[in-house]
Design a protein around this ligand. Structure first.
Ligand code: SF4
Length: 78
């Protein structure tokens, strides 16, 4: 089964909210600062979060609508 990695640069999120509107499985708006949280993600560097998933469909939608281009989705195995 293919695996994908979502990488999210939370530090540069501009709190637009578009990601969570199209992918509420992986992105949730944090009520404190209005930025998105990557649900279940782990912080791999300060402000950079990653999450590995089996399906990229929703996350690629989020990637495509983020005006700050802080979401990326890559295939990591076949
Ligand atoms: S769409 Fe992009 S800028 Fe807007 S909340 Fe989501 S990650 Fe942040």
């Amino acid at each position: 089964m293919p695996r994908f990695r979502i990488t999210y640069d939370r530090g540069n999120c501009v709190a637009a909210g578009a990601c969570a509107a199209v992918d509420d499985v992986h992105f949730a708006i944090n009520a404190k600062d209005g930025k998105a949280d990557l649900v279940g993600g782990r912080e791999v560097k300060p402000g950079i979060f990653e999450l590995e998933v089996d399906s990229d469909e929703l996350a690629r939608h989020a990637e495509s609508v983020c005006p700050a281009a802080v979401i990326s989705v890559k295939k990591i195995s076949d």
